[in-house]
Design a protein around this ligand. Structure first.
Ligand code: IPM
Ligand code: MG
Length: 355
């Protein structure tokens, strides 16, 4: 029997609701594929602040290192918005990403045919979109020193070292080799030194992947092109803040940010999380869409545990649930046969995935 230890960080807002559904689906495929999963919960964000006074307790940093992978919901909420920056839930998440060394954030943006009408863009523009955003996650302006919040001025610094660009570029090219073999590196090299540096290093790495076609795009143009003609993209390689912004934009191609999963990987244990936030406005109502988290669990099975067949089960089950017309409220206006709650959606997907 294969045995896996999964760290679970439910977090705040809708986090606990959507993670519970992902666990339900994981348990279903574990039975079907004959492996064992044991779960250990860790605190992060607002939940950690309430329990321990800090957003990233030591037990969490140490604990996740013993796991095979970590499944994470979302953090943050108005209750903790007025805390100092280093005590906010978000700084817990950033600290955890850094501590785990998860420098590569993979954010697929695909359009489910079943939901083609859910996008705010025309079906003719989004049909067949299949983009992988490779976002650098532990460097750039999020972490750059110096940084300061002063009386008369405040600043952050966008820094990339050669090593950081090399390793993320390699991830993007390796992924492109398994896809359509096109990498578009997004930067702001017409203005920023750090982007000129980034571009040069990406060019260097590209030489090791002669089969992959490399292009460069400025981030403002990339935002426009994502909306104008998203099918032109295969792999988008970009830095931390540009990737944050572009992946939210890309999510709307699919119709709802509640659909998109992500994998944060590096040299050690990976973190698997939906790209959306904790949505405090709808927390506790049972209406959140659990699909992004369930799809993140599928990515975890594929990338961290090499359980491809279990991952396929989940992804096919999501498609079947959508094809059969089950919708949570966020996508309820689009070809729905039945509007279902968070837990109902989880149960339907778990059921399909187990067959
Ligand atoms: C994301 C989120 C985080 C980020 C926040 C919550 C710190 O927006 O995962 O995209 O900016 O990375
Ligand atoms: Mg974001």
């Amino acid at each position: 029997m294969r045995n896996y230890k999964i760290g679970v960080i439910k977090g705040d807002g809708i986090g606990p609701e959507i993670v519970d559904e992902a666990i339900k689906v994981l348990d279903a495929v574990a039975v079907a594929e004959k492996f064992n999963i044991s779960y250990e919960e860790f605190l992060l964000g607002g939940a950690a602040i309430d329990a321990t006074g800090v957003p990233l307790p030591d037990e969490t940093i140490q604990g996740v290192k013993r796991m095979d992978a970590v499944l994470f919901g979302a953090i943050g909420g108005p209750k903790w918005d007025n805390l100092e920056r280093h005590l906010r839930p978000e700084s817990g998440l950033l600290g955890l990403r850094k501590a785990m060394g998860t420098y590569a954030n993979l954010r697929p943006a695909t359009v489910y045919d079943e939901l083609i009408n859910a996008s705010t863009l025309k079906p003719s523009v989004v049909k067949g979109v299949d983009i992988m955003v490779v976002r650098e996650l532990t460097g750039g302006i999020y972490f750059g020193q110096p940084r300061e919040y002063g009386e008369d001025k405040a600043y952050n610094t966008m820094v990339y070292t050669k090593e950081e660009v090399v390793r993320i570029a390699k991830v993007a090219f390796e992924i492109a080799m398994k896809r359509d073999k096109r990498v578009c590196s997004v930067d702001k090299a017409n203005v920023l030194e750090v982007s000129q540096f980034w571009r040069e290093i990406v060019e260097e790495i590209a030489k090791d992947y002669p089969e992959v076609e490399l292009s460069h795009m400025y981030v403002d143009n990339a935002a426009m092109q994502l909306i104008r003609d998203p099918r032109q993209f295969d792999v988008i390689l970009t830095g931390n803040i540009f990737g944050d912004i572009l992946s939210d934009a890309a999510s709307m191609l699919s119709g709802s940010i509640g659909l998109l999963p992500s994998a944060s990987t590096g040299d050690g244990v990976g973190l698997y999380e939906p790209i959306h936030g904790s949505a405090p406005d709808i927390a506790g109502q049972g209406i959140a869409n659990p699909i992004a988290t369930i799809a993140s669990a599928a990515m975890m099975l594929r990338y961290a545990l090499n359980e491809d067949s279990a991952a396929n089960r989940i992804e096919n089950a999501i498609k079947k649930a959508l094809a059969d017309g089950y919708r949570t409220g966020d996508i309820g206006a689009f070809d729905a046969k039945e509007i279902v709650s968070t837990t109902e959606m989880g149960s339907i997907i778990a059921d399909y995935a187990s067959k």
